[in-house]
Design a protein around this ligand. Sequence first.
Ligand code: PAF
Length: 287
Amino acid sequence: MYPSSALKILRPLSEARRACVQAPKPLVLVPTMGALHAGHTALLERARQLAGPSGTVVASIFVNPTQFGPKEDLATYPRPFEQDAVLCETHGVDLLFAPAPEDMYPEGFSTWVNEESVSLGLCGGTRPGHFRGVCTVVLKLLQICQPTHAVFGKKDFQQCAVIARMVRDLDVPVELVFAETVREPDGLALSSRNTYLNAEERLQAPALYAALQAAREAVAQGERSAKVLQTTIANQMSACSLARTDYIALVDSQTLRPVEVVTPGCTAALAVFFGKTRLIDNLSITA
Ligand code: PAF
């Protein structure tokens, strides 16, 4: 597909740094935890577009232990590295950075990046420490690769907002690009965790997006009360016998502060458990 692509896999941090410094610019980074699916390959394609034929796309694959809670799925998180490398190669990646955990977090590691506003609610409320892990590893990846651009998926809406705030606050010289969520034909947002769903859960999982769409439709019909819209979403989810709602929120898309009255620039977001599998989704409801 990309005749110039001959994927170079880089493990030591020093090798990745050297390769990125020497690589033709623009240098576009796509940070991932692997288990790549069509949502990721859309990010890789976007990165290829941004880099152009003579620039460089670097993808990173690192299952970052510090963003998992003690009861989360770090040990079982899928790690199909060979398959991921093939997907990188066929989607125009030039450099694949796959560091070892002990190199990213050497003995005695004790410096953390804590965003203290945008990261507090939503997933930050129910996954304490998650965004500290995300900010720390993303800043490290940006420091090592020093890309001109970095691409993230909007499915992780809060992650995008937290990283944007970190990059602004710490004057990180990178242009952030947020790419649209890729969905299954039935509306389920693509996620590496979808593979954990059993057949019955998979049948019910599109309800997240359907509930968000119902809220957007209500706004289009004139509804402005966040409370009413939250109830609309909750009612839709309660029709799913296997779903346990973690949170439903209506927030300002930049600050992520909860709103009472919906005004332009509002996003509805939710997290739902199916068994142990936690799914998230979001939709701009005033668009
Ligand atoms: O979105 C992800 O896959 C991860 O949170 C990221 C940005 C790669 C950091 O580990």
